[in-house]
Design a protein around this ligand. Structure first.
Ligand SMILES: NC(=O)c1ccc[n+]([C@@H]2O[C@H](COP(=O)([O-])OP(=O)(O)OC[C@H]3O[C@@H](n4cnc5c(N)ncnc54)[C@H](OP(=O)(O)O)[C@@H]3O)[C@@H](O)[C@H]2O)c1
Length: 252
């Protein structure tokens, strides 16, 4: 990770869950991290904690509702004005509503598409634009996919599954576009099964993931943060395409 010290990473959905664990790990490795979310006070609060522990890097909180393109564009403008643009973009923010295809609500589907697919694509486009502007050829885009991007999960997750299958396609599509233009910017995704200790379950079904009884030990946010570090630390000739990962005892 030495080569990333002092370089700039954007982590979306940094207020809680996986985004918080990833942001902390990157700051501890010396990166200048911009963490975005709507509840920006949560990011400010652990940014202060990192400062008090004299972490090598720094964490800057940006308020951004990823459903709003204007807010995304002004976030990128802020990063460019303050730190010259991003070197790494981690499209982590994601939402899920417990909804079936036959009687789901259109506003919830739109909300999911906006955050899980459109914001990820807009942030990717803007990040690559900034990397090109500053002649960065070793930048990295990481999408937070899901095991649901590769197989069917429970009944109430078919729309979310469709979003994550799109993330699988967008990862390979982006890789091909970057290679076609002769760029060495790398693209990776991580596809976890159940991770405990995040809010996605509470937000979709009113239950914290760690309050649901699983007959196995789920993954932890730190496991995913470690994978991000592994992906970024890979030598330049190695592009990790996707990491599919489950808790050892998980059946599907
Ligand atoms: N946890 C799992 O079991 C699991 C498994 C596989 C894949 N994943 C994927 O991992 C990623 C992170 O999930 P998580 O479990 O950490 O979720 P989480 O705990 O619910 O956190 C979601 C994050 O996304 C942000 N977010 C949601 N809507 C937003 C919006 N409109 N604008 C800006 N930020 C928004 C939230 O911040 P604010 O609400 O403050 O805006 C929060 O920081 C997602 O892409 C998810 O699909 C999770």
């Amino acid at each position: 990770m030495e080569r990333w010290i002092g370089r700039v990473a954007l982590v979306t959905g940094a207020s809680v869950g996986l985004g918080k664990a990833i942001s902390k790990a990157l700051v501890e490795h010396g990166m200048v991290v911009y963490g975005c979310a709507r509840d920006v006070d949560k990011i400010k609060s652990y940014s202060e904690q990192l400062k008090s522990k004299s972490a090598k890097g720094s964490l800057h909180a940006v308020k951004c509702d990823l459903r709003n393109e204007e807010e995304i564009l002004s976030m990128f403008e802020e990063i460019k004005n303050n730190h010259g643009g991003v070197d790494v973009c981690i499209n982590n923010a994601g939402i899920n509503f417990d909804t079936t295809l036959l009687d789901g609500r259109t506003d919830q589907w739109r909300n999911m598409l906006d955050v899980n697919v459109l914001a990820l694509s807009i942030c990717t486009r803007e990040a690559v634009k900034q990397m090109k502007e500053k002649n960065i050829d070793d930048g990295h885009i990481i999408h937070m996919n899901s095991m649901s991007g590769h197989r069917f999960a429970s009944k109430g997750e078919h729309f979310y599954t469709g979003n994550k299958f799109m993330v699988t396609a967008l990862t390979e599509g982006l890789r091909r576009e970057l290679r076609a233009m002769g760029s060495h910017i790398r693209v990776s995704c991580i596809s976890p099964a159940v991770v405990e200790g995040t809010e996605i379950g509470k937000r979709s079904r009113g239950e914290m993931v760690n309050s649901i009884r699983f007959p196995f030990k789920p993954l932890e946010p730190q496991d995913i943060a470690d994978m991000v570090v592994y992906i970024l630390a890979a030598p330049p000739h190695m592009e990790i395409h996707d990491i599919l990962v489950r808790g050892t005892g998980q059946k599907i």
